[in-house]
Design a protein around this ligand. Sequence first.
Ligand SMILES: [Zn+2]
Length: 324
Amino acid sequence: MEEPLEFTGRCVICGLSEKPYSATLGGPVYPSWNVPLCPWCGTDKFRENIHAFSDIIDEELAGTNIIDYKNPVFAIVTDIGFLGVEHPYLKALKGVIGVVTSHAAAKGIIATRELWGIATVRHIAPILSTLSADLKLIELVIEEQGGIKYIKGVKVPPESALMKAAATKLSGNGDRASSFSLSYVIHKSIDQTLQIIHEKGGLDIRKREGIIKLYQVLPDKGIVRIPKSFTSTLALVYGAWLLDKTEFDEAFVARFMSLRGITGKAYNEIISILTAMRPHVVQKIFDCTLQDLGYGPIYSFKFNEEYLRLRERVRERIRERGSA
Ligand SMILES: [Zn+2]
C-alpha cells in the first residue's frame, strides 16, 4: 500500500517552502507555484544547464577509468558532495553506494544481504530502483525460487560511474571517491527529476517519482525529509554559476540558506566548503576575499577562472542542442 506523503508546497530540490514569510517585505517572498519546484530551481534555464552539465560529467567519465580530481568537472561534483556524505538523511544512500563501490571491482555480484543491514528494506528498495532502473548505474540480479522472485544481488557494469569510483577508491582517496559518487547520483537524479517535471508538468509524489526515492521518508508519518543543507548548496552553487552570476557575497548565501531554514552549524559547514577551508576540499570553486563593510567581516565569492571556462562549455552545449 502506498503511504501518503506529506509534501505540499515544498521545492523537491532545495526544500524551500512555498510561502516563506519575510517580515522585511511584509509578506510572502515568492508567489505560489504549481510544480514542486521553487522559483530558483524551477526555471527552464536551471533545468537546461543542469542537463548540459550532467552530459559533460558523463563525457568526462567516458574518457577515463579513474576519477582525477584535478579535472574541474570532477572537482566541483566532489567538493559539493562532502556536504552530502555527512548528512544524516543521506545515510542509507551513502551506505548503499559505499558497499557497491567497495566490492564492485572484486566481486561479480554483490549479494543483497550486504545491503539489507544498512537500513530498512523499505528504505533500501527505492534506492536500488533509482540506481538500476532510473540511472542505470547498477543492474539487479533477480532469481526465482518457489515461484517468488527476489533480488539476489547487484552487478556494476564496467562503464558505470560507480565502477570508476570503485577503481578510484582502490587507488586511495576513499573519502573523495565516496563524496564524488554520492554527489554524482544526486546530480543525475536532480537532472532526471527536472526532466520529468518539465515533460509531465508535475511529479507523482505518491509514487515517489524522481529524487524522492532517494530521500528519507519517516515511517508512519509519511514525511519526506530533504537533505536541504546539501541540496540547497548544490542548487546555490550550480544555480549562481549557471544563471550568469560570477560573483556574490556572503549576505546572499546567508539569505538563500535562511529562507530554506539552514542556519547555525549547518550554515557554517557550508561556508567552510565554499571557502575551501575544510580539509579534503579538492579545488577552490571560488576566489574568496574577506571584506569588512563596517558590520563585521563577510566573504565575497567569485567563481575561479576554471569554472567560468567550464560554464562557457555548458553554454556551448546548450547552443549545440538548440540548433540540432
Ligand atoms: Zn528549490
